[in-house]
Write a protein that binds this ligand. Structure first.
Ligand SMILES: Cc1cc2nc3c(=O)[nH]c(=O)nc-3n(C[C@H](O)[C@H](O)[C@H](O)COP(=O)(O)O)c2cc1C
Length: 203
């Protein structure tokens, strides 16, 4: 577990990047690591859109800001806090690459069998999140920083249009990616006993 454990524990969410571009071949190698994630019946029902375009990244961040502004307008007394918080969801415009990670929607028959639970049962979103983690770890192993974001999905439909995500897919997260300009300290982790229950026959 040592070397692998070091890679796992050493990955940090990076939010400030050096301006140098991420070469396409390096990016493709990192994205290929996504394919080693497990998926239901190995369907690999994910799709990655790697956005290098500065204007599209800005459009995406503006859409996220707009969605959060709308939410703030509805938030009444807490709108100031929410508005401040929204800064966490727009900084990705300055990342060299933003990967839009999407998952195939459940098939119609799954929806008729399981209704609102179809997505959970079909597992495509879960698998795509696992692929995203593979991507983040592979990037880290290459000396490239990443940060997963879901806050911008407040503008999910707009982001789908901007990134050209097809109607059969839903965005699961964004992954901002580039050469790190910061070395964040590791946020503390809960001890394993705090979030684990062992269920055995012995009481
Ligand atoms: C599903 C998910 C959504 C996240 N969304 C955001 C986000 O919208 N904005 C952001 O700046 N960071 C986001 N993060 C990064 C977390 O803040 C970060 O993972 C956490 O603070 C732990 O830090 P570490 O990744 O360096 O260990 C997200 C992480 C995950 C896994």
């Amino acid at each position: 577990m040592t070397e692998f454990g070091d890679v796992l524990a050493g990955r940090r969410s990076v939010r400030r990047f050096r301006p140098e571009p991420v070469p396409r071949d390096v990016l493709m190698k990192i994205l290929a690591a996504g394919s080693w994630a497990p998926s239901p019946t190995n369907r690999q029902g994910w799709e990655f859109a790697a956005v290098y375009s500065d204007s599209l990244k800005k459009e995406m961040a503006d859409a996220a800001r707009g969605a959060w502004d709308d939410a703030c307008a509805k938030a009444g007394g807490i709108s100031g806090t929410v508005s401040e918080y929204a800064g966490n969801f727009v900084w990705f415009a300055d990342a060299p690459v933003v990967i839009v990670v999407s998952a195939r929607r459940p098939e119609g028959f799954m929806q008729s069998l399981f209704g609102g639970d179809a997505g959970t049962v079909s597992g495509s979103g879960t698998a795509a999140a696992m692929a995203a983690q593979n991507i983040m770890l592979a990037a880290h192993a290459e000396g490239i920083g990443t940060c997963c974001l879901t806050g911008p999905l407040a503008a999910g439909d707009r982001l789908k249009k901007i990134a050209g995500v097809g109607g059969r897919f839903e965005i699961v997260c964004l992954v901002a990616l580039g050469y790190p300009a910061e070395t964040p300290a590791a946020p503390e982790r809960k001890p394993v006993d705090d979030y684990t229950r062992i269920i055995d026959d012995e009481r």
